[in-house]
Structure formats: structure tokens, C-alpha cells
Design a protein around this ligand. Sequence first.
Ligand code: 5AD
Ligand code: SF4
Length: 509
Amino acid sequence: MNFYIETVGCQMNTLDSELAAAELINAGWTQVESRKDAQLAIFNTCSVREHAEEKIYSALGRLKHWKTQKPGSLIVVMGCMAQKDKELIFRRAPCVDVVVGPGQIDQLVALVERAAATNNPQIAVSLDRFQRRDDPKAMKESFRQYDPIRMAQTRPRVFQAMTRIMFGCNKFCSYCVVPSVRGPEQSRAPKDILREIRTLADQGAKEIVLLGQTVNSYRYVEGEKVTRLVDLLVEIDKIPEVKRVRFVSAYPTDMTDDLLQAVRDLRTSTPYLHVPAQHGANSMLQRMRRHYTVEQYKDLVERIYATIPGASITSDFIVGFSGETEEEFQQTVDLVRFARFKNSYIFKYSERPGNEASRKFPDDIPEEVKKRRNNELLAVQNQVSYQGNQQFLGKTVEILVEGPSKREMKSVAQEETLYEEGQVADQTVDTMGALAHVPNITTSLEEMTASAARVSGASTQAQTVQMTGRTPCDRIVVFNGSRDMAGSFRRIKISHVGPMFLAGDLTEE
Ligand code: 5AD
Ligand code: SF4
């Protein structure tokens, strides 16, 4: 029997899809690349913004036809929307057979089998974070999912792998839905994490991405012994097969000096930090319940640049949050210029029911204003990114080659997606980028790869294809190479740059 998984949202979801696939393969299922060939269609969903949820519900509506054409086929909804909407999903989308929360992936196979055998909808989700104050231990436990099965074949690239080091979030930013759907912050035991990374390294992983909603708040206490992120980085550094390590997303106030020094000094650590600022005005940061001021954030930026040579920093921003004035918005623009971010993921505020902001602050910025601010900030960020990339002209960088560029891929196969053509841009999953929902990157990527190809004179030879890789500071590099280079480290002399890209040629230098 075949299954097909479609994933939207952040890297947590990309990883969860991989773990779900491993569970199913372990039980004898086969993963396929198209829903047409599948008997089981799985949607891994996102609740961070309302728009994403609406798109999933309308896609589920369209799936009714798929199901009637295929007797015995099943539909699963997993991810944050499963946890947030629970039984409501069966009511809004009656074709759904199984709803499974992010903390219950290990029950997926059993739920699917039971749904097939009984013809009844099945659901497994965590306890409600706010209803179960009487039994916090049971509530916490219900959000855990330990020691997942890892299989190389479930990853798009065997040499890049993600590992979750912590679950949940305790920061309670007022606009966010994550603390309720992903549960309380819980760090995994270092020995479990290291065992998992050992497995990944044995499977061929050279680059490891450590995942957590606030990954640098990682803290595991065992008797007298406290393990923090910096201690984990030191241990991972001892695994010879691992060449690069990065971690996303970092919370600004937990970015300690010893962590920055470790990023500078360790063999495997890369000078790339994703530290979402969210806003550039103190009044807004306060309403967003971020626990820092813009001055503290700027101080952090200076500490990063002073400590780590060649560091790149990326951020997330929300525009059009409740009450945001033009002046406050301009402070965000100023922060982008000040911090010289490599890139930023910019989101229009979307009110989410149940959180603090939805109770206290009206969603009062008109959509057109949100849109304008989004575009304005993006334009400034593009300028800043372009300036930042100029420094690489004429320099040689070392990259880990990822594979053929998107342009090459597109000419080979047309991806089947949940969304209609053209709507996908703001939900593209950047598998090795930030813990974010990458906006507008697809279009710019297309343009840039096209212009890079012109500059470096793309060959018509079948074996020469446009390839991409990444620098240690997470910049995308486009060059002409061959497919067999994927997974290797190469040196590229940069001859052309754009806001999203560096482009150049292979060199022995
Ligand atoms: N509206 C818009 N953007 C949001 N994010 C989180 N919650 C919301 C919301 N309600 C953004 C934040 C976060 C990123 C993953 O998504 O910038 O860092
Ligand atoms: Fe949401 Fe991140 Fe804030 Fe946690 S730290 S509440 S995941 S925005």
C-alpha cells in the first residue's frame, strides 16, 4: 500500500513528515511522490496563520473526489491544525479519516489500521494545555514523542538531517499559537539526542540542524548535571562524520556569550544564526510579549558580529500587529538596516483565536496597510541582502552542494502540491533555512537562478547542470556542475551576486 505526504509550514513539520513516513515504511507501507499513486493521503498542516488553515480546508474539500475515485483510500490530517481543531476537522472536512497531533506520530500506523478496519474516524491528540491544570504531568507527557525511527530514505538529501532537541514553547508571545498546539517546553535527554545524531551520521548525514522553537533555551537537568545547547554542540563536534551543525530558531535573550564563542570556535559550528526580532519598536515588542527591548536586540547583533567573524544573522518580522503606527513600523525598517540581516522572513499579522493578542488587542490594521508594509520591508531587506552579498564578489567560498537548482528540477518534474499554481510562494518550505514560513522566495529564486545561468553561461551538455549549495553562513550559491557533486564540499569563486544568491564557478583555489 502506498502513502503520499504533503507538508506545509516550518521545519518542525518537515521533520514530523519524515518521522511519520518512517513509521509507515516500518509497518510495510511505500512512500510515493504523487497522490494519484497513493491509497493514503496525509496532510501535515500549519496553524500559525489563518490563511494557511483556510487553504488546507479548501484542499480537503477538493479531495472528496480523489477519495470517491479510490475505494478504501484514507485521508489523514496531522500537524498543528490537527492539535488545534481536533474533532472540528471531521465536521468541517467529513472525508478525513484520521486526525493525529504532533505528539502522537508514533500512533499513526495504529490509527490508520483502525480507521481502515472499522470505517470509523480515529483521533489522537495531546491534552489541552490550558484545561488540564489539575494534572500538569499528564498534560506534559501527552506532548512528548521520543526516540523516533530515523530512515535515510525519508529525507530529500541523506547528507542533511534535522534532529529535534526540544519540544514545545514556554515564551507565550501574545500573537502566537505554538505554545498551545506544541505544548510546554521540554528538552530531550542529551543521550537520546546524541544517539539519534550518531544514527544520522551512520546514514550519511554531514550536516545536522538542531530544531527547537527556542532552541537556545535548551536545558536538561539530570541530578546535579545541567546540559545546555553549548554542551550539546561540544559533544556533537566530536562526531567525525558530522561536518556542519546549525540550530534554529534562537530566542534573543537566551543567546549567551559562551554560546556565541562556541559557534565561533567549534569545528562543526557554522556562523549562521536565526534570531527572530519580530519588531523594531519597544511598544510593539511589549505588546507582543517579547522579553527584550530593541536596544538589547541591537546589542546582541553587535555582540554576534564582534564575536563571530563572517557571521550572518536572519530574522522573522511581523508587520501590521495590533495598533502598529507608521512610526513604529519605520522602527522595524531601521532595525533591518541596522542589523544587516542576511535575510528576513516577513509575515502579515494574522489573529489566532485563544491567544493573548486575540483577547486583548484588536486586529485593527487594514489588510492593504499590512500588505504595503510587508512589501516595503521586503524591499528594504532585499537591498540590505544585496549589499551584504557584495562582499563575496571575487572571493572563494566553500559550499556543501545540495543538488540541482530549482530551475533544473522544474524542467525534470512538475511538483504535485496541495495548492494551485501561484499560491505556493508564501508557504514554501525552505528545508534548510530558518524555522519559518518562507515568503516570496520562489519567485526571486527563479529570477536569480536564471540570471546566474546567463552570467556563468549555462552549458547545453547533458551532464552539466545548474547546481546549488550553501556556504557555512547559509548563503545559496549557484554554479554549473554535475549531479554527482551533491553531498560533497566544493570551492566556488564568486563572480556574480543578487539579493538571494551568490553565483560563480568551481575552483581549485
Ligand atoms: N501572525 C503572523 N505571523 C506569525 N508568526 C507567529 N505567529 C504569527 C501570527 N499570528 C510568525 C513569527 C514567527 C514565525 C514562525 O511566524 O514571526 O517567528
Ligand atoms: Fe511562538 Fe516562537 Fe514566541 Fe514561542 S518564541 S511563542 S514559538 S513566536
